[in-house]
Design a protein around this ligand. Structure first.
Ligand SMILES: Cc1cc2nc3c(=O)[nH]c(=O)nc-3n(C[C@H](O)[C@H](O)[C@H](O)COP(=O)(O)OP(=O)(O)OC[C@H]3O[C@@H](n4cnc5c(N)ncnc54)[C@H](O)[C@@H]3O)c2cc1C
Ligand code: SF4
Length: 533
């Protein structure tokens, strides 16, 4: 059906259906910004496929955001856009003269290979092209593809935060300044934002920042959102589709204008605090000073270089410290592009890596985001955030959710699939390397030199979770034993052989021999297994 009953104007199917005219630009749902088009009058094809949501249970708020963004884009494009709701892409595009920018997943790439009449253009929406990355990877020979090296090459090439040939501020890396624990007087959370009040920017019902920065900018829903909500309710009632997570106000931008407003607010009011507290976690403040830009960025509403240039300008104007500007730019042209390019560089089989032979199934309480099932405050709090917002910042993803999954030996492919479905910014390209490589060490160390495994001491140092928890981060065995601390040793013990030869892990493995309660700990954790702690 072409654009009917979904809040976007009905469009004619008659235009540009093959023939000899110029090719119509087909855009996928994550190619929604102007940089995916070449001309101001270019006709555009957008296809909404309900079947995508019928295949597996996605988070309700993720489904809402994606549909809302697509329908908003169609409404913006007006008569230039031909909007279809269809079961499959192929039924709309087969036999038509179309061009499309390189898609963001292997399944979509394979589909395009079966459609020879569709012209596939180079990928857009990233700062380092596949060709540039391939050249760099080749130049490394047998040396490891280090993120830091990729990032420095990109900084020089793009000429961002550079003073001539030297990095601005005299250093490439300000991580040492940035990894601060949350301020002691802010632990316990719930402190109100200083500077900007929440009035006029909507409300999430979530308390203000625990680190004294303004609350993020929140969008206001409109008629298109109402249609989306109505459709999702209807699909769910009919049993065609099942979601996980709770519905709630849309918190992430669905239009380019919203994304730019949100980002301007971040640069003006929150970026200065981004660096120092990048890695910190507070129970009452899921957002901290993070940008929340991954969702609109991954939808293609904004382009990475425009974000990076704004941040550089704020630094050059003296509005934000170098450590915060560099910390943010490193995430975008460093980490994000590195992950994107590794996804393609490592090939389609990479997702099946399972170097640690982890085969346990994801337990139901975790898969269904049942935050109340566990008394472990960190886990419960982060899981509740995913249930309510479909989002958590980097450290809860890596050191709470991912860490727990790895310690328990959950199947990395299942973990990847869960992250993909549960997070508002989750797409195949970004989840596969982040989960398989970064978080689960399932590639045996291609991306990271050691597993991101940590016990309760790390979580205690970087958060205020442990104070109100039923467990104690220092206790390994017994009723109060922290499942992360015990889980860490249990994990190391299971993988002694694999890690003994890793010089970054050898000391930790030797630590096992000093644990007099190791047998009791192993019994305890084997009994606990994947049950909610
Ligand atoms: C297990 C795991 C799963 C993740 N899954 C996703 C995902 O599905 N989608 C996603 O965009 N990011 C993912 N990340 C990376 C990162 O956690 C999120 O990009 C970030 O938390 C999003 O919040 P933000 O926009 O406020 O980011 P900020 O902290 O403000 O960082 C700025 C931007 O940097 C980029 N970035 C930083 N690190 C990464 C990274 N490792 N990979 C890709 N981009 C990065 C993002 O675009 C992000 O918006 C994952 C990380 C881990 C450890
Ligand atoms: S004691 Fe352990 S389980 Fe409890 S919050 Fe701290 S790290 Fe999490």
């Amino acid at each position: 059906m072409a654009g009917r009953g979904n809040g976007v104007p009905n469009k004619s199917r008659a235009m540009n259906t093959g023939g000899t005219g110029p090719a119509m630009r087909w855009i996928f749902g994550d190619q929604l910004g102007p940089h995916f088009l070449d001309r101001d009058d270019e006709p555009v094809l957008l296809i909404e496929s309900r079947r995508v949501f019928a295949r597996k249970p996605f988070h309700r708020q993720k489904a809402h955001l994606v549909l809302s963004a697509m329908r908003h884009r169609a409404a913006e494009l007006g008569d230039r856009c031909e909007y279809h709701t269809a079961d499959t892409y192929a039924e709309v595009v087969q036999g038509r003269k179309l061009s499309v920018c390189h898609p963001t997943s292997y399944p979509a790439r394979d589909l395009l290979r079966r459609l020879p009449e569709v012209e596939v253009l180079a990928a857009r929406g990233f700062a380092t092209s596949m060709a540039e990355f391939a050249d760099w990877a080749r130049s490394r020979g047998s040396k490891r593809l280090l993120m830091e090296d990729h990032y420095r090459v990109a900084r020089r090439r793009i000429d961002v935060l550079m003073d001539g040939d030297e990095p601005a501020g005299g250093r490439w890396n300000f991580d040492a300044d940035n990894r601060q624990a949350p301020p002691k007087d802010r632990r316990g959370g719930g402190h109100r934002a200083s500077g900007i009040s929440a009035s006029g920017i909507g409300s999430t019902g979530i308390s203000g920042s625990g680190i004294g920065v303004a609350e993020p900018w929140w969008p206001v829903e409109d008629d298109i959102d109402e249609h989306v909500r109505h459709d999702l309710d209807r699909w769910e009632r009919s049993g065609d589709v099942r979601f996980i997570g709770r519905d709630g106000p849309r918190r992430f931008p669905a239009t380019r204008q919203e994304a730019l407003s949100a980002f301007t607010h971040f640069v003006d009011h929150r970026l200065a605090a981004f660096g120092p507290f990048e890695d910190a976690m507070l129970a009452d403040d899921p957002w901290m000073a993070h940008s929340l830009i991954s969702a609109p960025l991954n939808l293609g509403l904004v382009a990475p270089l425009e974000l990076v240039q704004r941040v550089e300008s704020a630094y050059r104007a003296g509005d934000v410290p170098i450590a915060s500007a560099e910390g943010f730019i490193r995430q975008v042209i460093g980490w994000r592009d590195y992950i994107w390019n590794l996804y393609w560089h490592l090939g389609p089989e990479y997702r099946r890596s399972n170097a640690l032979h982890a085969t346990r199934q994801l337990p139901r309480w975790f898969a269904e985001l049942d935050a109340d099932a566990t008394a472990a405050r960190c886990l419960s709090s982060v899981l509740a955030g995913v249930r309510d917002q479909a989002w958590a910042h980097h450290i809860p993803r890596l050191m709470v959710l991912g860490n727990y999954a790895m310690q328990r030996g959950w199947d990395p492919a299942e973990v990847t699939d869960w992250f993909h479905r549960a997070f508002v910014d989750g797409y195949d390209w970004v989840m596969v390397p982040n989960v398989i490589g970064m978080s689960q060490y399932a590639d045996g160390g291609l991306i990271t030199t050691k597993p991101y495994a940590g016990g309760g001491a790390y979580i205690d140092r970087m958060s205020d979770y442990c104070g109100g928890c039923a467990y104690r981060p220092t206790v390994r065995v017994g009723d109060r034993a922290c499942p992360f601390t015990a889980g860490y040793w249990w994990f190391l013990n299971r993988h002694r052989a694999e890690f003994a030869g890793n010089h970054r892990m050898a000391q930790a493995v030797r630590g096992l021999d000093r644990l007099r309660d190791l047998d009791a700990l192993v019994d305890q954790e084997e009994q606990r297994g994947s049950d909610a702690p």
